[in-house]
Design a protein around this ligand. Structure first.
Ligand code: ADP
Ligand code: MG
Length: 230
């Protein structure tokens, strides 16, 4: 089943000098894909992630997420769609400091006035190994633990798509390796569809496919998970 399909996607930032951040990007993800997107700083990786996440709108082209063209949604409809269907994980975790771990994880559900599915919450906590941390506050957690909480939050709505922007960029090697392992485990156990932007070749090597962004153009590097993409 197709989860993502972009068609002739482009993004130009205007304001002073025009920046052609994305040019004619045609990107597809099937259900259960685990892919990495690598590329130099400034090549357009985060721009693509923001468009897929519905945080920003393209200049041109279409973005189908499970057959819904989110490039055509109004701002309000996009906000709701994003909250229900897309999980995002950032380099600096972006947890809310003054609420505990349980509330941080459940936030997308609570904002939607829905009741949490406690069985599913327990399943996520067990996959991510943070079941004992629910009463803590973010500042009482290590970086690796905070990122696990952020991953749990990204999964709580059973999103169609999980997007991560440099998820290991702020972690030491041991924690990075653990987080990579967790993305693989989540992908396997929940059949989640995951795209990870990364500079980390270990992350890229753990994915099924690797794409490279070069000056706003996306190309597939290979789909052999054992190749080395450094
Ligand atoms: P990457 O994530 O690969 O480092 P980005 O997608 O953040 O790259 O940026 C791609 C290009 O678009 C860069 O030249 C960057 O300076 C520019 N850019 C990113 N965001 C904006 C913005 N909000 N306004 C103007 N230019 C931007
Ligand atoms: Mg970036």
């Amino acid at each position: 089943m197709k989860i993502v399909k972009t068609v002739h996607l482009s993004k130009i930032y205007r304001g002073g000098v025009e920046v052609h951040a994305l040019s004619d990007v045609n990107f597809e993800l099937e259900k259960g894909d685990l892919v990495a997107i690598i590329g130099d700083s400034g090549s357009g990786k985060s721009t693509l992630l923001h468009l897929l996440a519905g945080v920003d709108k393209p200049t041109d082209g279409d973005i189908f997420i499970q057959d819904k063209n989110i490039a055509k949604l109004s701002k309000d409809a996009l906000t709701v769609f994003r909250r229900r269907n897309i999980g995002v994980i950032y380099q600096f975790f972006n947890l809310i400091p003054n609420i505990d771990v349980r509330k941080n994880i459940l936030l997308p559900i609570l904002l939607d006035d829905k009741h949490p599915d406690e069985d599913y919450l327990r399943e996520i906590l067990s996959i991510l190994g943070i079941g004992e941390k629910l009463d803590r506050y973010p500042k009482q957690l290590s970086g690796g633990e905070q990122q696990r909480v952020a991953i749990a939050r990204s999964l709580i709505t059973r999103p169609a798509l999980v997007l991560a922007d440099e998820p290991t960029g702020n972690l030491d090697r041991r924690n990075s390796e653990e987080i990579i392992g967790l993305f693989q485990l989540v992908n396997k156990r929940l059949n989640s569809t995951i795209a990870i932007i990364t500079h980390d070749e270990k992350v890229a090597n753990a994915c099924h496919k690797v794409y490279r962004m070069t000056d706003g153009r996306l190309s597939l590097l290979g789909d052999d998970a054992h190749e080395n993409y450094s």
